[in-house]
Design a protein around this ligand. Structure first.
Ligand code: UDP
Length: 136
């Protein structure tokens, strides 16, 4: 059964020229792209996307970062797409949690600048896809 997940190549991934690398890994895994767009987001969109972190100390910095430059939003599709992309991404902290071989483990150093986002559940995926691609 096919599943959809929302992936972001965050502004650090775009500015470091890692969009192709991320897409290549998604495709090599066997997942496919259902929608893709380069865009710079308004703060209100970033606030909705990261609503669950509104009370966290890092929320303001996270919003500055996510709205600070263009990012690539992608709807990725395939069997177990949500956990499959989380596996490709690696843990949130690129050094302490993500292992080598994952996107964050291979290319990241700092928790905030961890290059990619992937939905963490079917509920999050549905909610996030509506935010980023309301017409899909
Ligand atoms: N983040 C941060 N500081 C922290 C924890 C998280 O800046 O201490 C950022 C980081 O970019 C992360 C995002 O907030 O990807 C969302 O955090 P979450 O715990 O949902 O991690 P993810 O699902 O992205 O692995």
């Amino acid at each position: 059964m096919s599943e959809r997940t929302l992936v972001l190549v965050k502004p650090d991934g775009v500015s470091r020229g890692l969009v192709g690398e991320v897409i290549a890994r998604i495709e090599r895994k066997g997942l496919s792209l259902a929608a893709l767009e380069l865009r710079t987001v308004e703060r209100s969109v970033a606030e909705q996307h990261y609503a669950e972190h509104a009370e966290k100390g890092f929320f303001g910095d996270l919003l500055d970062f996510i709205t600070g430059g263009p990012l690539v939003a992608i709807v990725v599709e395939g069997p177990r797409a949500i956990s499959a992309f989380r596996q490709l991404a690696g843990g949130t902290d690129p050094v302490d949690k993500a292992t080598p071989g994952t996107i964050r483990g291979d290319f990241g150093l700092e928790v905030q600048f961890n290059l990619v986002h992937g939905s963490d559940s079917t509920e999050s995926a549905e909610r996030e896809i509506k935010i980023w691609f309301p017409n899909l």
